[in-house]
Structures are given as C-alpha cells and as structure tokens.
Design a protein around this ligand. Structure first.
Ligand code: MV4
Length: 446
C-alpha cells in the first residue's frame, strides 16, 4: 500500500479521501489556492502546499504545479477526487510519465468514455443497450434530418465531447432541427473545442439510475448495486438514494451485469459508474460512463458497507479485489442530499461567510463537509458545501430520519438550498418513490 498520497482537490471530497487515508495509515498531501488557506482539507492533511491563485485554472487545474508538489513531497500517488483533473486523460498520462500512480483508470479508458460517440459504439459492440440513434458523428443538417426522420421525433441532439447536460438539445420536428443544428454545433465548438454531434431518440421523463463498479488490474470486476439520481435541477443532482425504489432484483442483476460488460469492454480499472436512463417500461439504456469517484458514492457505501475510496487505493496499489460478486450484499436504504450555498428559489450561488454551523447527529446520520463554522464560501468554486447522508433499515425509516435531520441542520450567514431539500423530501410523490428527472419542475417549482 502507498505510504503517502497527494489529493488534487478541495472541499468535502478532499476531506473524504483524507479520512480513509488516516484509517489506512497513509500520509496525505493537500494542495490549496490562495483563498483556501484556512479550508478544512488543508488543516486535516499531514502536509499542505499552495499551488496558485484563486481561479481553478491557476491552482486546482495547474498540472505542472501539482506534479511539482507531488515530487517535492514524495507522494507516490495522486487521488484526483471528482471534477477538476479527475477525467482528464492528459493528467493521467502525465502522472504515469512522472512515475506517479494516478488513482483512477488508464488515460485510454478515460479518453474512450470522454467521446460520447465512441462510448456508444463501444457499448453497442459489447452488448450493452444504448439509446436508439447513431454511433458516428453527423456532418451536416441534411444528414441530421434524414436520420432524425428514421429515429422518429422527439430526438436529442448532443455534443460528442459533452455530457452532464451541456451541449444537448431536445428537438421535436424538422423545422426545430434545422434551427437547432448550427447553434448547437457552435456551442459544442465553444465549450469543448470539438464540434462533433450525434442524435439519439429522446426518452421522455426517464429515471436516471447508475451502477457503481469496481475493477482491479487482474480482470476482476464487480458491481455494488445502483443509485437512483433522478432528482436534479439544471443537470445537477440534489438527492440520491440506494437502492433505487424502482428496480427489482431481476432488473438490478441485468443492469449490474451489463455494467460489468461495459467496464470489461474498455479494460477499465478502479471505481467507475455507468449511467443509464430507465423508461416506464423498465427498458434501460446506456447514457455515459463516469470514470471517477462520484459525489453520491456514500449511499452505496452505506448499504454495502464497502469503503469505495479504500478500494480505489488498493486497486491503484496493485492489490487484487478481495470481494467477489456473491459476497456483496446490499442492506437497508440510504439517501443523500447535497447542501448548496445557493438561493433556494433562483438556484443562484450565495457565496459569503458562514457565521454558524450546527449539524444533526445520531445513528444513521453521516456528514461529508467541506466547510467549518467560520468558512468563507468562495465564488470561485462549486457552491456545494456539504452532503447529508442518512441510512435506515427501510426507505421509510431513512426518510423519517432525513426529514428530522434536515430540520435540525443550521447554516447561518449564507443562503442554502435546505428549504428546497425539505420540500422535496416531504413531498408525497417522493415518499411514493416517484422520482423521475422532471420531479423539481413537476412538483416543486409550480
Ligand atoms: C437524455 C435524456 C433523454 N433522452 N438523452 C441529461 C444529462 C446527461 N447526462 C444526459 N441527459 C439526458 N439525456 C436521451 N436520449 C434525458 C436527459 C436528462 C437527464 C438525465 C439524467 C438526469 C437528469 C436529466 C434531466 C433532464 C434530462
């Protein structure tokens, strides 16, 4: 196992990785920007180094500076967390070239899932169901129209380098497609420096269900059940749970096995997530693969009892998985809510100084925190400041715990989305498990 690793991240996820390292007796090296000197991750790590200015491009994305700190501190490996450099194949490659272990998959596996068109083709060939549509890029409007008519409207026009909701558009007719085509292409070019686009059938009001996998470097691959992540706004998830209230054991196994095929098809190693859309008829379609640790990993940890960060470290250190599929059992029900420093109505970020922070405690309540009681929430970074995770024996028990925990959660000095989360969690449709991607629009923002 590693003796010392660098964590190329900040906030709650840096704190989360440090926690597992402490338990495994691994020394930690934090990096920080000029405005993060007093951040919790800096204080908790064994060593911490300033890497640059407040902007992420000057600090948390500055590959040269991060590599320099890794070398100077003697870190053997780098954990990228999520966001930032976690899905940057150039960074993974650079680590390798410098003799530092990247705690994640190979640069090749990252790149193969970064191109959504290539990902679709690979998954189709591996026998993983994909959304009906093309597996090559569309080159002009005429071709787009011809294919759209074959697929049948509504369709979705997506940027191949996109993902997570950016660079995609619903199109309902030939006229709309003609209008949407060039604009979407321009945006794809501006956002991703890549104008490749593709078309898919639009799946209406789907659920968003993802499968967590672990794959070691010896060809052992397992799935750790699924997470239901349908409740989101502006393509950002705010409530996630495991297991999904919608899946039965049969569908769970089918999606789990498809996910193993997906991972094997690209020689995947480390922890990864395969995202699916699931329609009302329980048909599931591959959407994207996330080649990193995800924000919502704690709900899987709660029901499986497996520390996913520990598994990432062991896999990266070259240890074989000690878990086989039959040993992985899911128990109880876990729900995560993401606490954002934002206006609960407009969803605009609300940076500023926290003046008071008081958290509910109790059995089955877990916190992942990126701030403390005197933190200044900076406008330079993602406004997610914490996660509240509850676990109960049943979904009902977890829900009761969550409602009470949210009402005892106090953050003063800044606005947060806690009022919105309370509304979601108290809603009868949420209690019934009617969690589709249109939940917020349908039930909350009336
Ligand atoms: C879709 C879709 C319906 N049909 N693709 C949005 C985020 C990105 N990961 C993919 N997204 C979607 N792709 C087809 N063919 C609906 C969505 C979608 C969505 C997906 C997951 C979670 C929330 C969502 C909210 C709106 C739309």
């Amino acid at each position: 196992m590693f003796k010392k690793i660098l964590i190329a991240n900040r906030g709650e996820i840096a704190v989360r990785v440090i926690r597992t390292c402490k338990r495994l007796d691994i020394k930690t090296v934090a990096i920080f920007s000029e405005v993060d000197e007093k951040a919790p991750h800096v204080n908790l790590a064994d060593e911490a180094y300033l890497v640059g200015g407040p902007r992420v491009t000057e600090s948390y994305l500055k590959i040269d500076n991060i590599i320099e700190v890794a070398k100077k501190s003697g870190a053997e490996a780098i954990h990228p967390g999520y966001g930032f450099l976690s899905e940057n194949p150039l960074f993974a490659k650079r680590c390798e070239a410098e003799g530092i272990v990247f705690i994640g998959p190979s640069a090749k596996a990252i790149a193969s899932m970064g191109s959504k068109i290539e990902a679709r083709l690979t998954m189709q060939q591996a026998g993983v169901p994909i959304v009906p549509g093309v597996t090559t890029s569309i080159t002009n409007t005429e071709e787009a129209l011809e294919i759209a008519q074959k697929i049948g409207y509504p369709i979705m026009l997506k940027a191949s380098a996109g993902g997570g909701g950016i660079g995609m558009q619903i199109v309902k007719s030939d006229t709309e497609l003609t209008k949407a085509y060039e604009g979407n292409q321009k945006r794809a070019k501006a956002f991703f420096s890549n104008e490749e686009m593709y078309l898919e059938k639009y799946i209406e009001n789907p659920r968003h269900i993802e499968v967590q996998i672990l794959a070691d470097t010896y060809g052992n691959t397992v799935y750790l059940g699924e997470r239901e992540c349908s409740i989101q706004r502006r393509h950002q998830k705010i409530v996630e749970e495991a297991p999904s209230p919608f899946l039965d054991d049969h569908l769970r196994r089918k999606m789990g096995e498809a996910s193993i095929q997906a991972a094997k098809a690209i020689g995947y190693t480390n922890a990864g997530t395969i995202e699916y859309l699931v329609d009302e008829n329980s048909t599931f379609y591959f959407l994207e693969m996330n080649t990193r640790l995800q924000v919502e990993h704690p709900v899987t940890e709660e029901i499986t009892g497996i520390d996913i960060v520990e598994q990432q470290l062991r896999i990266a250190a070259g240890e074989p998985l000690q878990l086989d599929q039959s040993a992985i059992k899911c128990n109880g029900h876990a729900i995560e809510t993401r606490i954002y420093a934002e206006d609960p109505v407009t969803f605009y970020p609300s940076p500023g100084s926290i003046t008071k922070l008081s958290l509910p405690e109790g059995e089955g309540i877990r916190h992942e925190l990126g701030v403390h009681g005197k933190s200044n929430v900076s406008p330079f970074y993602d406004p997610m400041i914490a996660k509240l995770i509850v676990k109960g024996e049943s979904r009902k028990e977890a829900l009761t715990k969550l409602e009470s925990a949210l009402s005892n959660y106090t953050v003063e000095g800044i606005k947060t989305n806690i009022p919105l989360l309370k509304k979601v969690v108290a809603h009868p449709a949420f209690h019934k498990g009617e969690t589709t991607t249109d939940f917020i629009d349908k039930y909350i923002r009336i």
